[in-house]
Design a protein around this ligand. Structure first.
Ligand SMILES: NC(=O)c1ccc[n+]([C@@H]2O[C@H](COP(=O)([O-])OP(=O)(O)OC[C@H]3O[C@@H](n4cnc5c(N)ncnc54)[C@H](O)[C@@H]3O)[C@@H](O)[C@H]2O)c1
Length: 321
């Protein structure tokens, strides 16, 4: 029987708050990853959470031994990881930063509920704009910054790797390339650090036929609006990112993932959530890896940090602080 007093984080429980397209697909990815014994779904719309939990638990009978159920914040507070996917999705033509005002209210409310119920685990923010909302969650929760992260540019980096893999006719898993900075319009690609089979990207056979760097980055940045224009939302790739990040945390794999975390002077950036490759494990973000960026990339990263800093300040002004 659970009590209200200080729930102990359960290694076996993941909670997902916001059971829309992204949340439910994340639950599906987590279920097939065999990562948790219990997945708790929380949504403003309780009936929706119950319906999705019922549907998923029927699939579980054929997949992995996992209990999927609808729950409340008391249940979520004892999870080792809470994935936040609650909010409103981007509309065609709307930037991620436009979503900020609407989703900041949701993020604050969700984090307040978790903390009131004694949450002491890891928060993984997937609601956009992820960088600024991770910052909001960090401030509202009072948790150590390493235990509040967002999916950052894990998705954008996967999109870049998929694009390069297709152009070069090689398995995307053999392409190592990172998109860093904001998960959004100011993000940059760390071209100078990109490798295929250990070979610098632009020395790899066939690289001379690649589209321009600007075009490739533009395709990565446009991926979400392009998909939303066609099917109305995105879900499979982001849910796979959520699964991968949760796997790194729950299995303590120390995987390098470009999640968004609070910068502490790396690249000369302080006090801003943005993405750089990080070592992710049981304690959350265990270390940020500093890529040896060239001068132009570093300038782009600083510009991205400036965009995020200005957004944070405008959010604070709006909140009247
Ligand atoms: N990080 C990424 O790369 C990435 C990719 C895709 C989508 N997203 C973001 O994920 C978020 C969700 O997208 P979606 O397509 O699943 O949206 P959706 O509208 O399908 O689902 C959102 C869910 O959140 C719930 N919700 C809203 N406010 C809530 C609250 N206060 N408490 C609990 N639940 C609440 C709604 O009832 C709904 O079920 C959006 O912000 C979207 O931009 C992020």
């Amino acid at each position: 029987m659970e009590t209200n007093a200080s729930p102990q984080p359960s290694e076996n429980r993941i909670a997902i708050v916001g059971v829309g397209h992204v949340g439910v697909m994340s639950a599906y990815a987590l279920m097939f990853g065999g990562l948790a014994r219990e997945i708790v779904l929380v949504d403003l719309d309780r009936a929706r959470a119950e319906g999705e939990a019922m549907d998923l638990s029927h699939a579980a009978a054929l997949a992995r031994p996992v209990t999927v159920r609808a729950g409340d914040y008391r249940d979520a507070a004892s999870a080792s990881v809470v994935v936040i996917t609650a909010g409103v999705a981007g509309r065609a033509g709307e930037s991620r930063l436009d979503l900020l005002g609407r989703n900041a209210v949701v993020a604050r409310a969700v984090v307040a509920e978790l903390m009131e119920n004694g949450f002491d685990g890891i928060i993984l923010m997937a609601t956009n704009p992820v960088d600024v909302l991770a910052h909001v969650a960090f401030e509202r929760s009072g948790l150590p910054s390493d235990r509040v992260l967002s999916s950052g540019t894990v998705l954008d980096s996967a999109r870049l790797r998929a694009l390069l893999a297709e152009e070069l006719a090689v398995d995307a898993r053999s392409v190592h390339a990172y998109v860093v900075g904001e998960h959004g319009d100011s993000e940059i690609a760390a071209w100078s650090c990109a490798r295929v089979a250990g070979v610098p990207l632009f020395d790899y056979p066939g690289a001379e036929r690649l589209p321009s760097r600007a075009e490739m980055l533009d395709r990565v940045r446009r991926a979400a609006p392009d998909i939303i224009e066609r099917k109305g939302y995105t879900s499979f790739a982001i849910a796979t990112c959520v699964g991968r990040i949760c796997e790194a945390i729950l299995r303590d794999t120390h995987t390098v993932l470009p999640v968004s975390s609070l910068m502490r002077g790396e690249y000369g950036v302080e006090g801003i959530y943005l993405s750089t490759p990080c070592i992710v494990g049981r304690r959350g973000v265990e270390r940020r890896v500093e890529l040896p960026l060239d001068a132009e990339e570093l300038e782009g990263l600083h510009a991205s940090a400036d965009v995020l800093g200005e957004t944070l300040r405008s959010l604070a002004r709006d909140a009247g602080r």
